[in-house]
Design a protein around this ligand. Structure first.
Ligand code: A3P
Length: 287
């Protein structure tokens, strides 16, 4: 979960808090924060602060739509309000709940090559575990070390060498298994699949597709980005500010045994194909 990257805009009269017309539903570690911040460069976009987790947490959902609406930023009538909570994607109850709010909502799903995403997820979990307990006491011989201290290879493969789908960072990368529930509830044209690997390399063309999908005039362009060589990622710029995402976005990944990577990519290839068939788009991930 991450916080807001920005201070709010000045509040004008004639604005009000509106329920989101667009949601970034996931997938975690695919660039959900970058996507929201980049879209916020558009003058007709407003974003919710932080992750609201309205649809996926029962305690929040039971507070009702008025509670959710009050979490939204002030916006003008011609603006689009966007909220992102990446766990929406993987939580079974969410599609129906979203439909109950607005059956014609627009959904953005950002994905990355599944093995890269799994390693990114592993890297984040490890860094959280390190913060939670800086020096865990060594356990007795044979006892499982906390996940944060174990290598990706150990967690991703079972002792017999088969793929360990009980490991969340891997199962979350089975995009097909979550997406079909959304497409049981929403029509295909309400969902745009964003290529998170392209958003890292060259954001403008991906953003152009999204502007079109949201019915916004093309306004985000090259002038809104500059490559930061220290960070290794694009940073954002508009008339008022320059900003890079936080250090928790764009972490250095550990080296993973190439034999394990290729084993996992082979394993994912048939799942990826099912995802391509479902969305009618070939993302071209390596096998
Ligand atoms: P890594 O930290 O593994 O590189 P999320 O916001 O969904 O948690 O996604 C985090 C990922 O956003 C990062 O994963 C990073 O690769 C990606 N990302 C995309 N564009 C970025 C940008 N301009 N700056 C930083 N990270 C970016």
């Amino acid at each position: 979960e991450d916080g807001d990257e920005d201070v709010g805009r000045v509040r004008f009269p004639r604005t009000s808090r509106r329920l989101p017309q667009c949601l970034i539903i996931g997938v975690r570690k695919c660039g959900t924060r970058a996507l929201l911040e980049m879209l916020f460069l558009h003058p007709r976009v407003q974003k919710a602060a932080g992750e609201v987790h309205f649809f996926d947490r029962d305690d929040n959902y039971s507070r009702g739509l008025e509670w959710y609406r009050k979490k939204m930023p002030h916006s003008f009538p011609h603006q689009v309000t966007i909220e992102k909570s990446p766990s929406y994607f993987v939580t079974p109850e969410v599609p129906e709940r979203v439909r109950a709010m607005n059956a014609s909502v627009k959904l953005l799903l950002i994905v990355r090559e599944p093995v890269t995403r799994a390693i990114s997820d592993y890297t984040q979990l490890r860094s959280h575990a390190a913060t939670a307990s800086p020096s865990p006491p060594p356990g007795p011989p044979g006892q499982q070390q906390p996940q944060g201290q174990r290598s990706f290879e150990e967690l991703a493969l079972k002792p017999d060498g088969s793929v360990n789908l009980a490991y969340r960072p891997l199962s979350t990368s089975l995009y097909y298994s979550f997406l079909h529930r959304w497409l049981d509830v929403f029509s295909r044209d309400q969902l745009l699949v964003v290529n998170g690997d392209l958003l890292i390399e060259d954001p403008v063309p991906e953003l152009r597709r999204i502007e079109q999908f949201l019915g916004l005039e093309p306004r985000i362009g090259r002038h809104n980005f500059y490559f930061n060589h220290t960070k290794g990622f694009f940073c954002l710029r508009n008339e008022t500010a320059d900003k890079c995402l936080r250090e928790t976005k764009g972490r250095r990944h550990p080296r993973v045994d190439p034999a394990v990577i290729s084993k996992l990519r082979k394993f994912f290839s048939e799942h990826n194909q099912r995802f391509y068939d479902l969305v009618g788009q070939d993302l071209g991930w390596p096998e």
